[in-house]
Design a protein around this ligand. Sequence first.
Ligand SMILES: [Zn+2]
Length: 144
Amino acid sequence: MIGLCDKRYKLDRKIEVEECLKLSINSFYEANLLRDGADGQTLWLNLFGNEIARVDFSINIKPSDNFIQLKYLIKNVNKVSYTVRLITTKCNFSGVRYWFICPAIKNNEPCCKRSGVLYKPYNSKYFACRFCYELTYQSKKFNY
Ligand SMILES: [Zn+2]
């Protein structure tokens, strides 16, 4: 079971998507990784090319069940490992499009929203959809 244990952000301010690690289903698709048995590592680098974070992943695409296994360290110490379900929808022309199913539990309810991107604020433990973290976009904060 996965929970969102980091509630402190709610007390001060909303987090922006720009302050989060992002996992995009499109980047897995473009790297041809949405196939059974695919695995690898996603790295995030800062402007100087230094590693900010890394996530190990493995993909399970079976007729019965599709999921991605995520493994990473929090603050270089605590191991986190969980699966995120993947679903498909039919595309207009041909083929299918993959989506993450948000793995978070919020207010004791599983979220289960379909999402193309999952976010993890830097100090949070899990990747979840932007609704679970109540993320805003930087551009929405300015009124021109
Ligand atoms: Zn969610």
